[in-house]
Design a protein. Structure first.
Lengths: 258, 237
């Protein structure tokens, strides 16, 4: 077992020597400890961390995106828990303009959804046209980047059906969803866009969208975080390259997969 | 003979940095919605719904900054943890950590000693029974943090995992609890290091440790017999 100083032969010469050493050690420990705690407190003080770390963080993000794309499967479907209550009127409203964006028919004419870019047959769809296309309704989770989730029934048209209708070309690898909510838009990878639960939504919980929830139409898919799902939709553009996005350009992950 | 192998010492300090940043950025992410309830529901089991964590305890500056740090540092934490576990498994250090027969009784004896009910320090190997329990729990809670974290990162693509944990809301709650447990273990660890065995700090840096200054040799409990010279022989050991 371990030696006990007072019982060992060293007992006589140890005390002063040990006390000196111990004193030094204790001072050193205290200095080191307060230094370490100070560094941690400084680092943790709601700071964004060192600027030089930005490149490493971006590297990690692109690595994560590669992994997320490997994990992504069209067969992985969102099924909200049976016990989950629909958010109903508690579903948050969200837009970036100063006021609720409302399509001004008098100034801009009737609202239409334009489908363009790498397609053989560009489309211009009215709300009536959309409602006449094959209708899909899902009870879906909504995952917000902030951490909350909500359940709502979304009704609309699969983006895959619209892509087929417009004759999407094989070199379309990305889709940009643009809006009339100031300059809000978000571009997606084509795989997520063609997921069976990715819908161009015009009704929520059995009613046409109201202005707070993105009327007349929005994109919605449970495979993307809320901010990727552009509301107040005006244009769907199929692209060979990604085109960033409102929040993606401001520091949020571009991929934003769920 | 070093008390801790270099691999253990390095992974320990990498873990300190990674865990600090993971917890700070995690709390900043939590503050974007400091509650667990699904929208339109209430949550049974968290008394502080919608009360944010003080900003001074958070890291990342804003939600996107905190998320970028969290999703980068998770790799450091995960790989560092795997290196540590692989090393102690292959090198045999796990024997100092896994609970042995009678661990509960031994831990109870340590509690009695710390409460001064028992006068002499119970005999121990490298670690006492309470330390073994703490150091054995730490990786388990770490694994819990990683698994619950993956579940709330990919609740659709990895839905079976999220469902296993009770769905997104509960997985998020368990992720929060794994943080609380890690903080509790860490606070206890740091308190005991400084109040009972500060001489173990160099052993986690250089590897050097003087057995004659061990808590068992000093008969040390928190703030008692902190210096080797204050040693009194335990009665009848």
């Amino acid at each position: 077992m371990s030696r006990r100083p007072d019982r060992s032969e060293d007992a006589i010469r140890l005390p002063s020597h040990v006390a000196e050493r111990a004193g030094l050690d204790r001072r050193r420990f205290l200095a080191a400890a307060s230094g370490a705690l100070g560094t941690l407190a400084l680092a943790a003080c709601d700071s964004m961390g060192p600027r030089s770390a930005k490149r490493i963080l971006m590297l990690a993000e692109s690595g994560n995106e590669k992994l997320e794309r490997v994990l992504f499967h069209h067969s992985a479907m969102d099924v909200p828990r049976a016990s989950a209550k629909a958010a109903g009127s508690h579903f948050p409203a969200y837009f970036v303009s100063d006021e609720v964006p409302v399509w001004d028919e008098a100034a801009r004419g009737a609202w239409r959804l334009e489908v363009s870019g790498l397609v053989r047959k560009p489309l211009s769809l009215s709300l009536t046209d959309l409602a006449a296309l094959p209708r899909m309704g899902y009870r879906l989770d909504h995952f917000c980047v902030e951490g909350w989730n909500a359940v709502a029934t979304r009704t609309g048209v699969r983006l895959a059906d619209i892509a087929k209708l417009a004759g999407m070309q094989p070199d379309a690898r990305y889709v940009d969803f643009q809006s009339f909510d100031s300059d809000y838009h978000e571009s997606w990878d084509i795989e997520s866009a063609l997921h069976p639960q990715t819908l161009i939504v015009y009704a929520q919980d059995g009613h046409y969208l109201n202005a707070a929830w993105g009327a007349p139409a929005r994109v919605y898919s449970p495979v993307k975080l809320g901010y990727k799902n552009t509301k107040y939709l005006t244009k769907i553009v199929f692209l060979p390259e990604r085109n960033g996005g409102y929040w993606s350009d401001r520091g949020y992950e571009w991929y934003g997969g769920v | 003979m070093k008390r801790h192998h270099a691999v253990v010492r390095i992974t320990h300090w990498v873990n300190v940095i990674a865990l600090t940043i993971m917890i700070g950025s995690g709390l900043r992410i939590f503050n974007a919605y400091p509650a667990f309830a699904r929208r339109g529901e209430t949550f049974c089991c968290y008394p502080f719904e919608h009360q944010p964590i003080p900003a001074s305890l958070t890291f990342g500056g804003w939600l996107a900054g905190a998320r970028n740090w969290h999703f980068a540092m998770m790799w450091v934490l995960g790989i560092n943890g795997l290196v540590y576990l692989a090393f102690i498994y292959l090198h045999g250090e796990w024997r100092d950590l896994v609970p042995r027969r009678g661990i509960v009784r031994d831990a109870w004896e340590m509690v009695r000693f710390y409460l001064t009910v028992r006068k002499d320090h119970p005999r121990q190997g490298k670690h006492n029974a309470l330390q073994r329990l703490a150091y054995f729990s730490m990786p388990l809670v770490g694994i819990m943090a990683v698994v619950t974290g993956i579940a709330i990162w990919k609740p659709v693509q990895l839905a079976p995992l999220t469902n296993l944990l009770g769905g997104y809301v509960w997985a998020r709650y368990w992720h929060f609890w794994s943080m609380l447990l890690l903080v509790a273990l860490t606070v206890g660890h740091i308190f005991m290091v400084f109040s009972v065995d500060p001489y173990s700090i160099p052993s986690m840096i250089t590897g050097k440790y003087r057995p004659e200054w061990s808590p068992e040799a000093r008969n040390a409990r928190p703030f008692v017999h902190l210096l080797p010279t204050h040693h009194e022989p335990p009665a009848g050991s």
